[in-house]
Design a protein around this ligand. Structure first.
Ligand code: AMP
Length: 434
């Protein structure tokens, strides 16, 4: 017998329409690549996303088409994400830090029809445009006054002109929640990069799980600074989670040095932020050198690579900021584990707490996690046995885009992450090798 509850599709457009309707005035602040700080809000971003969806539809972009971005975290990138996924097309974040040859491979493999690029990346695109076989239009994410006077790229469009072509008279379409929403390629350290194709369903469930208290714990009162780029595994779901919660969002653009990050943390009174350890190293050095403090920051999530124990200790003891060490990968949307302390652990002494916090955290609800020997046999969760880390769940990859890499799941449907780890009796996973 099936339940008798409404079977409404979990769509990404619901996130931004909810934010616009119930948190419409909540701000989205960006440091633009052109220089200034720009402030908008959810209502405005949702309206402009509808305009953009209309403009894209006007040039023939339809459901399932790929639309690429080479861009930093700014409000325009947020608008593109919501417009493209919301209209049923696929938002493809390209990683500008890859080699140009890899970017060519990825854009051609994805068959991106349109490329949205920040001014910063225009020289990069000019260098490869002749080799991009599917790109029909390049839109520079700026206004007319900041457009270059000449470019090798024919018919270069300014984002603000492009968006102005579309009317806001657009209804977000309803479709199956399993429809592809976005695409992100693995970094391809071995072989060609492979595409991970997220769905509206996987993205929504992942974002809901990420917002829960022992994971990212984002609420409407939070002011969130996603330093982790949107091209790095969906900025760890923050642009989605903030919209769902109605949190204020602060977007750092291209400036991720200690001084710029500190300036945003303080001027915007950020409560929660997330990035890889190298960003935090820069910030901690800047604070140390200037004898500065953090007046509003309460929590930071650190992941992407192993977070040093000394970094966790510095945040917690010198600046009173709670650190959660998280693990994930492009193939897991990305969050798989997060490092909140369990009941009773708060009273443990510092060294013992740091022992726990240095590990990569516990499985988020929705993620099943195990370690196995090479023959596939399960290993004990005793904190000593180490083996292949495998995960299964509704936001974990099933197959790569276009079938690359063949079958990637084991007989039980677990994905082998390639990481080697231990799991302790409390459930904390620790990466020991890759
Ligand atoms: P990517 O798909 O580029 O995000 O890379 C994912 C890989 O980064 C994982 O498979 C791990 O090897 C590594 N990684 C991510 N988070 C952590 C972490 N907290 N500690 C150690 N390695 C990590």
């Amino acid at each position: 017998m099936f339940g008798l509850m409404q079977d409404r599709p979990l769509l990404i457009s619901n996130m931004i329409t909810h934010a616009a309707r119930f948190h419409g005035n909540r701000e989205i602040v960006s440091r633009l690549v052109e220089g200034p700080i720009h402030t908008t809000n959810y209502a405005e971003v949702e309206r402009r996303a509808r305009q953009l969806a209309n403009a894209l539809a006007g040039m023939g972009i339809k459901q399932g088409d790929r639309v690429g971005t080479l861009a930093w975290n700014t409000f325009r990138h947020i608008e593109i994400w919501y417009a493209v996924s919301g209209m049923g097309a696929i938002s493809h974040t390209l990683n500008p830090r890859l080699f140009p040859d890899q970017i060519v491979y990825i854009a051609n493999h994805a068959e991106d029809r349109v490329l949205f690029v920040d001014l910063t990346f225009l020289p990069l695109v000019e260098g490869i445009i002749d080799r991009l076989t599917s790109v029909e239009a390049v839109v520079v994410m700026t206004d007319r006054t900041h457009m270059p006077t000449s470019s090798k790229i024919r018919n270069l469009l300014a984002y603000e002109d492009f968006i102005a072509q579309g009317s806001a008279d657009f209804q977000w379409p309803q479709f199956d929640e399993r429809t592809a929403s976005s695409l992100c390629y693995t970094s391809g350290t071995t072989g060609n990069p492979k595409g991970v194709l997220y769905s509206h369903r996987s993205t929504t469930i992942h974002s809901l799980a990420c917002n829960s208290p022992d994971v990212l714990a984002i609420g409407s009162k939070d002011c969130v600074l996603p330093v982790v780029p949107m091209f790095h595994a969906n900025a760890w779901s923050l642009p989605y989670g903030c919209a769902m919660a109605g949190a204020k969002m602060v977007l750092p653009g291209a400036a991720m040095d200690g001084r710029s990050i500190h300036e945003l943390l303080e001027s915007q009174q950020v409560t929660f932020t997330a990035a890889v350890p190298t960003v935090w190293l820069g910030l901690l050095q800047y604070l140390e050198a200037g004898n500065l403090g953090l007046s509003s920051l309460k929590r930071v999530v650190i992941g992407g690579s192993a977070c040093p124990r000394s970094m966790i200790e510095a945040f917690e003891t010198k600046y009173g900021v709670d650190v959660s060490h998280a693990w994930g990968m492009t193939e897991t949307s990305p969050l798989g584990t997060a490092g909140a302390l369990l009941a009773g652990m708060e009273s443990w002494d510092l060294e013992k707490r740091l022992d726990v916090k240095t590990k990569q955290g516990r499985a988020v609800f929705g993620i099943e996690m195990k370690i196995t020997q090479d023959d596939g046999a399960d290993l004990p969760h005793d904190g000593k046995a180490f083996g292949n880390l495998k995960v299964r769940g509704p936001w974990v990859v099933e197959k790569y885009f276009k079938g690359d890499g063949g079958q990637v799941l084991d007989a039980q449907g677990f994905f082998d992450t390639g990481d080697v780890a231990t799991i302790d009796p409390y459930g904390y996973m620790q990466i020991t090798d890759r």
